[in-house]
Design a protein around this ligand. Structure first.
Ligand code: 0GY
Length: 312
């Protein structure tokens, strides 16, 4: 992986995002929020971080907002991706160009100044992300993360955590000591070949049950599924093995769930999803209009645009 000044070579085998997304059959409720998506670069304008573990294809704010409109979303939450490290300029630039229709989740180090945090708040950042997925980031000491959580909590921000289910026991004490709202990416990445009422997923359910500040994104069936999309296996319900897990969370904690496309889908090895089909997955996991409205509108509005939330 050799880069010239502003030219980045994609990680070998990198799958580019799919540009031909179908128009979903499922009609999203008015005001729906795509609460987990990213921008990548463009590298020539916003260089990828030297410490990154992968180099993606570019995925710009214009392309993200075109997808938003095509799918029928009203707003986005743009989550800082690890390929940009703690350089949040691409994400903040996307927020600035959204006309108030995007909010952000940043990555910061202990060295971030109060002035920088305040500037990010003014730009629309409302959370920081702590990543524990070892293939994506190097280890950050817990004391540093606790210090950051204390500082951003004063701004009313929350912490987004990304980890794999096998690591939850070891991370439990740390997560449950965080003082802010906590949003878990992709249901804590359960192994969906295990039973939905098995010990691994029960531990995640317990985390949410015992800690009312913990929320979950019921996102990324394409990442978690072992049965795969219809094009690969001919099944009617794409990613059907993920349905019981996501549905259980949505039905047990309807006021603490979020949904996002995860566009442009970093690090997928086998297939690149059609984002229209991902939207069509939603009614399998949120099966009533009431659950769908909470998942897609009320909950993300409460967390990211509380000043506009209707408080239903
Ligand atoms: C995701 C998932 C992944 C990557 C990142 O920031 C990132 O690099 O989040 C992944 O590789 O599982 O949520 O986008």
């Amino acid at each position: 992986m050799k880069d010239t000044a502003m030219e980045f070579q994609k990680t070998p085998g990198w799958l580019d995002w799919y540009a031909g997304a179908s128009r979903p059959r499922f009609k999203l409720p008015a005001g729906a929020v795509d609460a987990h998506c990213h921008v990548f670069g463009p590298g020539a304008e916003f260089p990828y971080a030297p410490e990154r573990k992968y180099t993606p294809c570019d995925a710009s704010k214009q392309q993200l907002y075109a997808l938003r409109d095509h799918l029928g979303f009203a707003r986005n939450v743009v989550v800082q991706a690890t390929c940009h490290g703690a350089d949040n300029r691409a994400m903040v630039d996307a927020l600035a160009d959204s006309g108030g229709k995007a909010r952000g989740v940043a990555t910061v180090r202990r060295s971030v100044s109060d002035a920088e945090l305040n500037a990010m708040h003014a730009a629309g950042v409302r959370g920081v992300r702590f990543n524990f997925v070892k293939r994506l980031v190097d280890f950050t000491p817990k004391e540093e993360l606790i210090e950051i959580a204390g500082r951003i909590g004063k701004l009313g921000w929350h912490v987004v955590i990304y980890f794999e289910a096998v690591d939850l026991p070891e991370l439990w004490d740390f997560f449950t000591s965080l003082p802010t709202a906590i949003v878990v990416d992709h249901m804590g990445r359960p192994d969906v070949s295990e039973p939905v009422d098995g010990p691994e997923f029960e531990l995640f359910m317990k985390l949410m049950r015992d800690h009312a500040n913990v929320w979950s994104k019921v996102s990324c069936p394409e990442r978690l599924s072992q049965s795969g999309p219809p094009a690969l296996n001919g099944e009617q319900n794409a990613y059907r093995d993920v349905i019981p897990f996501a549905r259980r969370i949505v039905e047990t904690f309807p006021d603490r769930v979020l949904w996002g496309t995860d566009w442009p889908h970093p690090n997928l090895k086998n297939h690149m999803p059609d984002d229209g089909l991902l939207v069509d997955f939603i009614p399998y996991i949120a099966t009533t209009p009431d659950l769908q409205r909470k998942l897609l509108v009320d909950n993300p509005m409460r967390l990211y645009w509380p000043e506009e939330a209707t408080g239903r």
